[in-house]
Every structure is written in structure tokens, then in C-alpha cells.
Write a protein that binds this ligand. Structure first.
Ligand code: SF4
Length: 403
């Protein structure tokens, strides 16, 4: 049975290798633009973001426009199929700045006319003017940071918005014709109960949002949240409850046609984030702006995280590639397995063989058989992916395949 499968798989590999070549000729690239500003620091956040005035923000955007211009000459062979303006809080930029950034990218890079263009938004700064600006800039996807649909919990984690502001922002966005909207949720907020999760999911389904991201809260050192937990001001939900929250989220959304396609991401069919899929499927992306990360030609680097250095380097038209790292083949294989298994489609066996020159099924024959026998993974056509049980024991599955 196993051999039968391997033979039919080989045929798929040959076909896929041809189509992989065709795709590679196009050299697709995603662009991530980092906007390192927020109106206020949230209690759990350790991202690179700062509270600055409008003048400073515009100075940053001007530098960014220059970076886009001089960086683009190195990427003339690429077609940009996704643009993601993230942060920080892009919607806290003065009106007109996001339009300038996207226009500059379109002017300097070869942007596909069907490119997915996403802007991360906070509900309290997603105004009617901003939405009009996004429409003119051809933004076609909004990612809105809801985090919790409960004012007490929002306040507890230091968010500025209320649930009413979220509803208003979503309704406005829909009126302006935006359909592809994501809401970010956090699972495991201190004092959060299962009934909060049920209520917010019910509400999001009622709003017919096609994409939901639900990440477990990570307690970062040196954040206010961490200090408050250490002082005993509040407590995290138990681990058992956090697992139940995640399982409920996955099941409830699935029942309503919003299916998990990556461990923390759920979408109606056709609404999966093309940009984020690049991170999980070993595709290339270019980061622009302070502290942004890039991954191109098996090489990873970051821009500086210091504003003054950034402004100086922009004037010199030479950005330092910080933390420059060539990702060797072994690390690429590990990442391909680790990230691929986080997705519903898992690992494309043909793409794997085409990229690394060996067949994963042959190399890991015994381990794969054991994982299949234990109902932790399945193979269907060209894809090796986790079962529901496998997702629960994801680390174990990954270790079996990369050790
Ligand atoms: S809005 Fe986002 S990036 Fe800004 S402080 Fe809050 S969590 Fe951090």
C-alpha cells in the first residue's frame, strides 16, 4: 500500500516540478511595510512601536518613501503579489500617508494588478476618511485588531478602543465596500472566561467576517501585563481552560464555514491571507521600514531598529542588513517542516523534493508510517498534513520529522 502510494506520488512530483518551475520564473515577492507607531502602548505588547507626534510620523513616512525608491532597483525581476502595511498601528498615521506609501510601492515596484493589499487597523483610528483613502489606494484587505469583544477585558490589557468602536469601524468598512476583513482575537486574557469567547465568536459570525486570527496570549517580560501578573493583580486562565478556548474557537468557526488553515488563522474559503501564507510556506518577502524583516534567496535580515540610524542610512541610501543570516539547507528543511505543518495543507511533497532534492517519504519512511498509524498525520495527493489529533501534538509530529 505504501509503495503504491509512493509510485502515484512520483507522478505528481514530475507534474508539480514543471509547474513549480513556471511559478519560479515569475519570482513572486511579498512586501511588508512596518509602521512603528501607536497611540499608546498596550499592556502586553513588546513589539517595536512608539508614541510620536504627527510631524515625526510624517518624517518617517518621507524616509520610507526614499527607502522604497532606492531599494526597488534590486528587485526589478520580481512581481509583487502581496503588500502588507503592519505595525504598530498604521491607522494612527496622519491622513494621506498610507496612500503615499502604497502609491510609491506601485510606482517603484512591479506590482501585480491582483495584488492582495492589507492594512492593519485599530478600531478607534479606522475613520471614514482613512477608509476612503484606502479605497483610492486599492487596499483590498483590512486586518482589524479587536482582541476582545468585552470592554472590561479590553481595558484590562490596555487597549484604547471599545467594542462599540469596533462595530462602528466594521460597519463603516462594509459600507465603503470592504469585504475581506480580518479580526484579531487574543485567547487567554487574564480573567477571561469561556462565555466571553462564545459571545465574541457569535458576534463575529453575525458580522459575517471572512477571516479571524486567534492567538494565545504570550506574556512577554518587561511588559505591564507581566508585572501585574507577578504582583498578583490578576491571573491567567488555567492552561486547561486556554486549550478549551482554542478548541471551542476552532470547532465553532468550522461549524460556521470559517475553517482553520493555519494553527491560529481561520478563513472562509478563498479568504486565506496570501501574505501570511508566504511566511508559513517558505516564500520570499521584503521588509521595508524600521526593524522590518526580509527573507530572499535563502537569506534573512532586518533593518535597524533605531530611528536615528534609520534616518541616517536613508540619507546615505545604504541600509545596513542587520542580523544577516544565510539559512543553510538543514535549517530550511526544518523550517519548511515546522511552518508547513502549522497549515491545514501541510507540506507539499513535490515542492519539498523539488527544493531539497530528496523525497521526504523515503527519508522518513518509518516515522511517517508511525505517525499515520497513530492518526497524527495524513497524506492526500501531494500533501502531508496533520490530523486534528496531530495539531494537538504538533511539537511531537514536527520532532519526529526533523530529528
Ligand atoms: S496597538 Fe498593537 S503594536 Fe501597538 S502597542 Fe498595542 S499591541 Fe502593540
Amino acid at each position: 500500500m505504501y509503495n503504491l502510494f509512493v509510485n502515484s506520488y512520483k507522478k505528481i512530483v514530475e507534474k508539480q516540478q514543471q509547474s513549480t518551475k513556471n511559478v519560479q520564473q515569475k519570482e513572486l515577492l511579498g512586501i511588508y511595510v512596518h509602521i512603528p507607531f501607536c497611540e499608546k502602548k498596550c499592556d502586553y505588547c513588546d513589539f517595536i512601536s512608539f508614541c510620536k507626534n504627527d510631524e515625526y510620523k510624517s518624517k518617517y513616512v518621507n524616509a520610507l518613501l526614499k527607502e522604497i525608491s532606492f531599494t526597488s532597483s534590486s528587485y526589478k525581476n520580481y512581481v509583487i503579489d502581496t503588500i502588507f502595511i503592519g505595525g504598530g498601528t498604521p491607522t494612527c498615521l496622519p491622513n494621506g500617508e498610507i496612500f503615499k506609501i502604497i502609491s510609491q510601492i506601485k510606482k517603484c515596484f512591479n506590482v501585480s494588478k491582483n495584488a492582495e493589499i492589507t492594512v492593519e487597523c485599530n478600531p478607534n483610528s479606522l475613520t471614514s476618511e482613512k477608509l476612503d483613502e484606502f479605497k483610492i489606494a486599492n487596499v483590498n484587505r483590512l486586518s482589524v485588531g479587536l482582541q476582545a469583544y468585552n470592554n472590561r477585558l479590553l481595558k484590562l490589557i490596555g487597549r484604547l478602543h471599545t467594542k462599540k468602536q469596533f462595530d462602528k469601524a466594521i460597519n463603516l468598512a462594509k459600507q465603503k465596500g470592504f469585504q475581506n476583513i480580518n479580526a484579531d482575537l487574543i485567547l487567554g486574557i487574564p480573567t477571561q472566561k469561556m462565555h466571553h469567547i462564545k459571545k465574541e465568536l457569535r458576534h463575529l459570525i453575525k458580522l459575517k467576517l471572512p477571516h479571524i486570527s486567534a492567538y494565545g496570549l504570550i506574556v512577554e517580560e518587561n511588559t505591564k501585563l507581566c508585572q501585574n501578573l507577578n504582583k498578583g493583580i490578576y491571573k491567567l486562565p488555567s492552561e486547561e481552560l486556554q486549550v478549551k478556548m482554542y478548541d471551542f474557537t476552532k470547532e465553532y468557526l468550522k461549524k460556521h464555514g470559517v475553517e482553520m488553515y493555519e494553527v491560529s488563522n481561520f478563513a472562509k474559503q478563498g479568504y486565506e491571507s496570501k501574505h501570511n501564507l508566504k511566511y508559513w510556506t517558505d516564500n520570499e518577502y521584503l521588509g521595508l521600514g524600521l526593524t522590518s524583516s526580509s527573507y530572499i534567496n535563502s537569506t534573512r535580515w532586518k533593518n535597524t531598529d533605531n530611528f536615528e540610524n534609520y534616518f541616517k542610512q536613508i540619507e546615505l541610501k545604504t541600509l545596513e542588513k542587520c542580523e544577516l543570516e544565510h539559512v543553510d539547507v538543514n535549517s530550511q528543511i526544518e523550517e519548511c517542516v515546522m511552518l508547513g505543518l502549522r497549515t491545514k495543507n501541510g507540506i507539499s511533497l513535490s515542492a519539498f523534493e523539488s527544493k531539497f532534492g530528496f523525497d521526504l517519504l523515503t527519508k522518513k519512511k518509518t516515522e511517517i508510517k508511525t505517525l499515520i498509524d497513530n492518526n497524527l498525520i495524513k497524506i492526500k495527493g501531494d500533501n502531508l498534513f496533520c490530523t486534528d489529533q496531530g495539531f494537538k501534538l504538533l511539537n511531537q509530529v514536527i520532532l519526529a520529522l526533523i530529528d
